[in-house]
Write a protein that binds this ligand. Structure first.
Ligand code: NAI
Length: 286
């Protein structure tokens, strides 16, 4: 049987989540995705109308099939956690069972188990503010959506993950070195995610024989990155200064993710793996 993957954080065909889904589909995995509730309608409509068909193409010419799209809001663990104003919000009221616990229950009812969990989501409402100007709520929201969301997904999925399976998330080097402009507590959230990767690798390894790694990716002009405002500058900086002077393709991150969740990486866990044309190794701009 092929492997089954759940990829949280796919809402268009531009981001890393989509590229990871494609790389896993090309390797023969069955693809389930979790899509942020407010983005669900437009994503499903675009999929249905064939808007993504060109980018669904796999190397063998076939089109990636997404077996099922699950609405998801990874800042809520259970229905009891959802405040009234969200429950009654028009965009949320239209779908149901989108808290982490409910999504996992639905996946379990639908398929029984998964082999691969991908976390490709982040959100920081105050990302454009310097850390010194970030509010407590903004900081906690960044960590909730971008770091705890991973703990919650892994915690809930672990009981239905087949032993030998693997999980991966996406991080950014602003966690370890200062990147002015990556604010709102997002740098802190990525530092937490990387530290948690090590601890969760230990716990999920012992508990369920599951590997846990994170990819520190170079800059990509995704929807989320464009919201930060300086992505074009970062892409240009990387192109000029990285050891490999080439555009970083989302597919390159997708391929690295496919490797890391495959048996080829069976002894790799708890690692932060750089997929950034080598930019992280440079100490000076050249
Ligand atoms: P993206 O926009 O394709 O992905 C982010 C996704 O998160 C979106 O689909 C959005 O709907 C979803 N999302 C936001 N809040 C959510 C919530 N509460 N529940 C469920 N889903 C939610 O953008 P991108 O850039 O591909 O981001 C994927 C991951 O890659 C993120 O962790 C990001 O921090 C990371 N990354 C991105 C880099 C870049 O330059 N684009 C560089 C390094 C890491």
């Amino acid at each position: 049987r092929g492997k089954r993957a759940f990829i949280a954080g796919v809402a268009d065909d531009n981001g890393y989540g989509w590229a990871i889904a494609k790389a896993l589909a090309a390797a023969g995995a069955e693809i389930l995705v979790g899509t942020w509730v407010p983005a669900l309608n437009i994503f499903e409509t675009s999929l249905r109308r064939g808007k993504f068909d060109e980018s669904r193409k796999l190397p063998d010419g076939s089109l990636m099939e997404i077996t099922k799209v699950y609405p998801l809001d990874a800042v809520f663990d259970t229905l009891e956690d959802v405040p009234e104003h969200v429950k009654t919000n028009k965009r949320y009221a239209g779908s149901s069972k989108w808290t982490v616990k409910e999504v996992v229950e639905t996946v379990k009812d639908d398929f029984g188990s998964i082999d691969i969990l991908v976390h490709s989501l982040a959100n920081g409402p105050e990302v454009t503010k310097p850390l010194l100007e970030t509010s407590r709520n903004g900081y906690l929201a960044a960590v909730s959506a971008s770091s705890y969301s991973y703990i919650s997904l892994l915690k809930h999925f672990l009981p239905i993950m087949n032993p030998g399976g693997a999980s991966i998330s996406l991080t950014y080097i602003a966690s370890e070195r200062t990147i002015p402009g990556y604010g709102g507590g997002m740098s802190s959230a990525k530092a937490a995610l990387e530290s948690d990767t090590r601890v969760l690798a230990y716990e999920a390894g012992r508990k369920g024989k599951i590997r846990v790694n994170t990819i520190s990716a170079g800059p990509l002009g995704s929807r989320a990155a464009k919201a930060i405002g300086f992505i074009e500058k970062m892409i240009e900086y990387s192109y000029v200064n990285a050891p490999l002077q080439k555009e970083l393709l989302a597919d390159e991150v997708g391929n690295a993710a496919a490797f890391l969740v495959s048996p080829l990486a069976s002894a790799i866990t708890g690692s932060t793996v750089y997929v950034d044309n080598g930019l992280n190794t440079m100490a000076i701009a050249v």
